[in-house]
Design a protein around this ligand. Structure first.
Ligand code: HEC
Ligand code: HEC
Ligand code: HEC
Ligand code: HEC
Ligand code: HEC
Ligand code: HEC
Ligand code: HEC
Ligand code: HEC
Ligand code: HEC
Ligand code: HEC
Length: 316
């Protein structure tokens, strides 16, 4: 069943963009992507699985500490009947051995991010077992559409998968997302740099139906899930707040206090310029209450909304 599924998807992949060579050379590196996928498909059709399972593979591969560490993780457990180790073992993921045991020249499915196999082909292996509701949004998610493989985030041959450990999730994500890495180390940020919070407090790594793969239906709902006091309702609302917190804040970090995307008064003057008292700032910056310290917030302190009967100017 699973073999047939894999064969179908592998065949379905027409354009293969990856042409780089892996750092760790394998004997099938001289095949083109097309030849490699064709070869793997025909191996699946022949279905020549080894009779000795993992023992056969380990005859040659047991010297690699990385290979052996599969037995420390969930996929190496024999006692879980749905685990690969209780079934086809290594070949559940790497495909049937065929004549690979004759010196290792015939290709196996390998998951290196710099190999020639498409992400879609690699992912079919995992999806053969992992196709529950938690994976529903994967298909239309940004990671899938950008040809990111499951194995680009998940490490299988390990006791603990770094992307699943709160202390290393952020590192795993920012290995690709360098802009967010820079942001989270700025003066003001969510406590990401100490790993008290992680990217997946706000984002769903497998995609979601929401913008930017957020786990909540909107940006504001995401923020309210922790900053409930900002939800209101307020007697006097401040329109940009109910509209979108990102009007003023950068969720990943900022050089300005309070994750502000820019500083008051400039921040406010994007929308409240140039008429009225709000425009006095420009020429008198730093010289009066308008420009000193918090500037506008010296008087308009209830910037997120006010419940005071006389709070229409967000002053109390
Ligand atoms: C006769 C020895 C031999 C046997 C048996 C063998 N292999 Fe290999 N395998 C090799 C050699 C040689 C290579 C290429 C060089 C390397 O990566 O070490 C290789 C490469 C691989 C690779 C690619 C490694 C990479 O760097 O991407 C995978 C995956 C693999 N083998 C899996 C298996 C599995 C699964 C089995 C059992 C079904 C198996 N091998 C059985 C010798 C063997
Ligand atoms: C659940 C799927 C799965 C199973 C089962 C599995 N592997 Fe792997 N294997 C992977 C993935 C994914 C990688 C890429 C590295 C990683 O994620 O740890 C990999 C990497 C490898 C490599 C390349 C290592 C290198 O030096 O770069 C070899 C060789 C290998 N596996 C052999 C085996 C053998 C032998 C077994 C059985 C004892 C096995 N694998 C079982 C998924 C699997
Ligand atoms: C033969 C079935 C099978 C295949 C193939 C398979 N897995 Fe799994 N996977 C399991 C089982 C069983 C578990 C244990 C949890 C469970 O029972 O659902 C698991 C657990 C996981 C977990 C959670 C780990 C944890 O520590 O909680 C991740 C992540 C995962 N698999 C990723 C992958 C990826 C990535 C691939 C492809 C390289 C893959 N799996 C291939 C059966 C499989
Ligand atoms: C962008 C990185 C990333 C990619 C790509 C990715 N995952 Fe995950 N995966 C995660 C993270 C982070 C978690 C932990 C989620 C949590 O704790 O809410 C996770 C959790 C899991 C789990 C265990 C819990 C669960 O939600 O079921 C499984 C199984 C899993 N992933 C399988 C897959 C498969 C299969 C693919 C490819 C189709 C994949 N993942 C692609 C990052 C990723
Ligand atoms: C192997 C590289 C890689 C890793 C690791 C990775 N990503 Fe991504 N991610 C991408 C690419 C490529 C895109 C699409 C282009 C872009 O928006 O930068 C993307 C897009 C996103 C987006 C935008 C989604 C959208 O719908 O616009 C979010 C959010 C995201 N990733 C979060 C994460 C999180 C959280 C993790 C860790 C669990 C993670 N990524 C790990 C490569 C990666
Ligand atoms: C406090 C919640 C929160 C946390 C934590 C968070 N993000 Fe985001 N992220 C958001 C919101 C909200 C957006 C949408 C921003 C927008 O539309 O401008 C977003 C957007 C993104 C995007 C898309 C950016 C773009 O330009 O389209 C990526 C990629 C991303 N986040 C990655 C990450 C990574 C990686 C981490 C962990 C280091 C992370 N995020 C942590 C809330 C968060
Ligand atoms: C998972 C919980 C969580 C979510 C979701 C969340 N925050 Fe936070 N936020 C925190 C924590 C924790 C702090 C740090 C509080 C502290 O240090 O006292 C914080 C602090 C802040 C601060 C003050 C930063 C500083 O430098 O003092 C701002 C502004 C903020 N969050 C805005 C947002 C916005 C906007 C969103 C939605 C995009 C959001 N938060 C989503 C947990 C969250
Ligand atoms: C019009 C600009 C603006 C918008 C939109 C905005 N904020 Fe703020 N936010 C501020 C300012 C300015 C501060 C600094 C507070 C001060 O100096 O009194 C701040 C501070 C904060 C703080 C830290 C201090 C505190 O009050 O707890 C949090 C948390 C916060 N905002 C969350 C949010 C959330 C959640 C949203 C969306 C519902 C949001 N903000 C929308 C301007 C804004
Ligand atoms: C993204 C645009 C935007 C930003 C940025 C913004 N505001 Fe507003 N603000 C509005 C809108 C729209 C209203 C509602 C105006 C109305 O109802 O006529 C409003 C209303 C107000 C009011 C109530 C007065 C009134 O006319 O109802 C005050 C006071 C105010 N803003 C101060 C500030 C301050 C101080 C900042 C900077 C921290 C700021 N605003 C940033 C768009 C913005
Ligand atoms: C010294 C206190 C003080 C400071 C500082 C201050 N305001 Fe005001 N603001 C007021 C008062 C009082 C009103 C009500 C005036 C009225 O009813 O005519 C007001 C009214 C407003 C209004 C609604 C009427 C209008 O003029 O459009 C906006 C918008 C506003 N302020 C924005 C700002 C911005 C932006 C800043 C910073 C650049 C700022 N204010 C700084 C006291 C202040």
């Amino acid at each position: 069943m699973m073999e047939r599924k894999i064969a179908k998807l592998v065949l379905g992949v027409v354009f293969i963009l990856t042409t780089s060579f892996s750092v760790h050379a394998v004997p099938w590196d001289d095949l083109t992507s097309k030849q490699l996928e064709d070869k793997l498909v025909s191996k699946f059709n022949e279905g020549e699985y080894s009779k000795k399972g993992a023992d056969s593979c380990l005859a040659c591969h047991k010297k690699s500490a990385l290979v052996m560490s599969i037995f420390d993780g969930v996929h190496g457990q024999m006692n879980n009947h749905s685990s690969p180790m209780a079934g086809l073992q290594c070949e559940a993921c790497h495909g049937p051995q065929g004549t690979h045991n004759k010196g290792g020249k015939e290709p196996m499915i390998s998951f290196g991010s710099n190999g020639k196999l498409s992400a879609a082909a690699k992912n079919t292996v995992c999806q053969g077992c992992h196709n529950d509701s938690k994976q529903m949004a994967w298909h239309n998610g940004a990671h899938n559409l950008s040809e990111i493989a499951c194995s680009d985030c998940h490490v299988i041959h390990a006791a603990t998968d770094p992307v699943l450990d709160q202390l290393t999730t952020n590192e795993a994500c920012t290995s690709c997302h360098s802009k967010e890495k820079a942001d989270m180390n700025k003066r003001s940020s969510h406590p990401l740099k100490w790993n008290q919070m992680t990217c997946i407090d706000c984002h769903s790594p497998h995609g979601s139906m929401n913008e930017s793969s957020l786990s909540q239906p909107s940006i504001n709902e995401t923020c309210y899930s922790c900053h409930a006091e900002k939800r209101g309702p307020f007697l006097w609302e401040h329109a940009p707040v109910t509209e979108n917190c990102i009007n003023c804040h950068n969720p990943h970090g900022s050089v300005n206090e309070n994750l502000m995307s820019s500083r008051a008064p400039q921040l406010c003057q994007q929308c409240h310029a140039p008429n009225g008292h709000a425009s006095r700032l420009v020429s008198e910056l730093g010289e009066d209450v308008f420009g000193s310290g918090q500037g506008c917030m010296n008087c308009h302190s209830q910037i997120h909304g006010s419940n005071h009967p006389a709070g229409s100017m967000l002053q109390r």
